[in-house]
Design a protein around this ligand. Structure first.
Ligand SMILES: [Zn+2]
Length: 344
């Protein structure tokens, strides 16, 4: 029998509460037979669906990491019906470094779910998630934030997929999570992101952006926890606590290419709109300055579409191609339901 290069110490199919690690072989000068030990918790009891809760895909996004570690410490397995896999620090080397990408291989875990997996620690983690965990799951909830370079309005997110049955179930879960901003994106992502892997395995994909700017924000942490506990309630796995029950008003939003503003050249970015602000096409988005050439006037930038400012660059200095703004466009709930109803 050959040995695996990635394996889980907890038995993924056993009943009860297990906390342990997934080991990813990492053979280096100071550790010939070394491994990266990703924390994994498995809770299984009774009958019900399986959900994967994941955070730390990007190491500098903290709200999800805290929401899930707190869940691991507090969850009573005898109260659940179904199974919960919890990966609170999915790309562990990036989490420990507090960086978006892995310091070991430069890998971005949420761009590692392509046609082939690389023989790098990040690629092997992606392979384990996609090939070992997702096939056991009905639902995948992947918690993100804007990271060090972007501040992001707290929002839940869902890839609705391409068929009506998946879209209906996904939208119901998104609504149940009841974030103040609910982002419903049609189809399957083209990029090699985790949502693409989930939908290809027939798994409902939910995510969210809970804060950002390289810091932990208490209000965003509460939204992340609210979405997590309300999702478990919606799936019938665990009734939510009283504190999460009261509904909040939500706005449904979507994203398209015209919602992005990119830096045309390097410089210092001066925004002219704030996070959460409603903007119109042609409205000034900001200015790009080059203090190294003080006689040069700043270059004005403008928004190309209407929307709410959902993400704003958190770093002053930027390079050509950096994302400065991301808008989200509002869409009525009825219009989402109409589009879902038109799917086969
Ligand atoms: Zn992220």
């Amino acid at each position: 029998m050959s040995l695996a290069s990635v394996w889980s110490e907890p038995d993924l199919d056993a009943i009860g509460r297990q906390t342990g690690v997934i080991r990813v072989e990492h053979s280096v000068h100071h550790s010939a037979y070394g491994t990266i030990a990703l924390p994994l918790a498995v809770f299984a009891n009774g009958r019900g669906p399986t959900v994967l809760l994941m955070a730390g895909s990007h190491g500098d996004e903290y709200e999800g990491q805290l929401a899930l570690t707190r869940l691991i410490r507090s969850l009573d397995v005898t109260r659940i019906q179904g199974r919960i896999f919890v990966l609170p620090a999915a790309n562990l080397p990036a989490v420990v470094a507090g960086q978006r990408t892995s310091p070991l291989d430069g890998g971005n875990l949420n761009r590692s779910f392509g046609e082939r997996y690389t023989d790098t620690p990040t690629g092997q983690i992606a392979a384990f998630i996609a090939e070992e965990l997702l096939p056991r799951c009905d639902v995948f909830f992947d918690l993100h934030s804007g990271g060090s370079s972007l501040r992001h309005l707290s929002c839940s997110y869902a890839d609705l997929g391409e068929d009506r049955a998946t879209a209906e179930k996904t939208f119901a879960a998104l609504e149940a999570m009841n974030a103040p901003l609910s982002w419903a994106q049609g189809g399957i992502p083209a990029a090699p992101v985790a949502g693409r892997a989930a939908l290809r395995k027939g798994v409902i994909h939910l995510s969210g952006e809970f804060g950002g700017g390289g810091a932990l924000n208490r209000a965003d942490l509460r939204v992340a926890e609210r979405c997590t506990w309300r999702l478990l309630d919606h799936l019938g796995i665990l009734p939510m606590a009283e504190e999460w029950r009261a509904p909040v008003s939500t706005r449904f939003v979507f994203n398209e290419q015209a919602h992005f503003t990119y830096a045309p050249h390097e410089g210092v970015f001066e925004p002219a709109a704030d996070l959460g602000e409603e903007v119109q096409p042609g409205q000034p988005a900001g200015y790009l300055h080059r203090p190294e050439y003080p006689g040069e006037p700043p270059v004005p930038l403008h928004f190309a579409a209407p929307g709410v400012v959902a993400a704003l660059r958190a770093m002053g200095r930027c390079r050509p191609g950096d994302c400065l703004f991301q808008l989200l466009g509002e869409i009525p709930r009825d219009e989402i339901l109409r589009r879902i109803g038109a799917l086969a």
